[in-house]
Design a protein. Structure first.
Length: 328
């Protein structure tokens, strides 16, 4: 009698349990394998389509991007999405978990996508002046600029006295080109380091000299950030010309008016001009090192793969947007 009751009770408990609530190791591993098929299929499809569109080399580059950290995280999120959906179908997880992983997969793809980074750059960067020419050294100026200001940040110190241009090194190149083309008389380099080690103005000076710019043409001012650089520039422009800088107008009609251009990266130009205006400076914007591109190219499958470089670009654009909102 007792045995019958126990058997009946056990049978009743088992019957009350929802179907699929107990999943064996074999079932879990099958879900894992199916989940891994999703990113593998997507990755293979992207490589093959890119190969067909642009050839073997482009296809291999696409595959390389996929196995980079950013690409692997993206594919991993897709695998977790597929696994969560399998578990939801079995009734062991809610659909919210699956949708959460899919949202992560989509957002990661969006912020790491080159087209999105290019679009965001276009919203932030100072517009490229097309008339008469986007490049300062190619413009038909009525007279040379009295000076161009090159904001620091375009180079790095690899070792003491050994400097290299970085992603924003076009700032230095543009200034040297402008001088050699006769578009400016002086070049003002800026930037201080917080620890005093290899300040940006020193790096820019040496790099400009290596590009054939005479040292007596280069004027140096301090500033740990853009706001401080503008204050130093204001002091320089308001002070009487001296033998050390010779920063004086080259215009007999308006002898007290300096014509000064500002060279910095396009994404940084709007903030630099706001800070210049706050310091009562009238500067001519000369943006360079554009991130936004006017891409007249056919669509390729590899453009779907998120990349670390796009994340870096997006971070800069978000930083400038926050600065604008904060009134800086």
């Amino acid at each position: 009698m007792m045995f019958g009751m126990i058997s009946s009770s056990s049978h009743s408990t088992a019957a009350d349990e929802p179907a699929g609530s107990s999943i064996g190791p074999r079932t879990v591993w099958s879900d894992v394998l199916v989940a891994l098929l999703a990113p593998a299929t997507l990755g293979l499809l992207l490589v093959v389509v890119t190969w067909i569109q642009q050839g073997f080399v482009a296809g291999m580059r696409c595959g390389t991007d996929l196995v980079q950290p950013v690409g692997l995280v993206w594919l991993g999120m897709l695998a977790l999405t597929a696994f969560a959906f399998r578990q939801w179908r079995r009734g062991t997880h809610s659909v919210v978990k699956a949708l959460g992983w899919f949202t992560c997969f989509f957002v990661w793809w969006m912020v790491g996508n080159g087209d999105f980074a290019n679009w965001m750059s276009g919203r932030v960067e100072s517009p490229l002046q097309m008339e008469p020419s986007p490049a300062l050294e190619q413009r038909d100026l009525d007279r040379p600029l009295d000076a161009v200001v090159v904001l620091g940040g375009g180079s790095s110190a690899v070792a003491p006295g050994f400097y290299e241009l970085g992603r924003d090194g076009e700032r230095v190149i543009s200034a040297a080109q402008a001088y050699h083309a006769g578009a400016t008389r002086k070049i003002i380099v800026t930037g201080s380091s917080t620890d005093g080690y290899e300040p940006p103005w020193k790096q820019s000076t040496q790099l400009l000299m290596s590009l054939g710019v005479p040292e007596d043409v280069i004027v140096r001012i301090e500033g740990v950030n853009t706001q401080a650089e503008m204050r130093s520039l204001k002091q320089l422009m308001d002070s009487p010309p001296s033998e050390s800088n010779e920063l004086r107008p080259d215009n007999t009609d308006s002898p007290d008016e300096l014509k000064v251009g500002l060279i910095t990266s396009a994404f940084h130009m709007p903030r630099a001009m706001r800070l210049a205006k706050a310091s009562s400076l009238e500067l001519i914007p000369l943006p360079c090192a554009f991130r936004a591109e006017d891409k007249q190219r056919p669509w390729v499958a590899s453009s779907l793969v998120p990349a670390a470089g796009n994340l870096e670009i997006l971070a800069k654009m978000i930083k400038e947007t926050i600065a604008k909102i904060a009134g800086q």
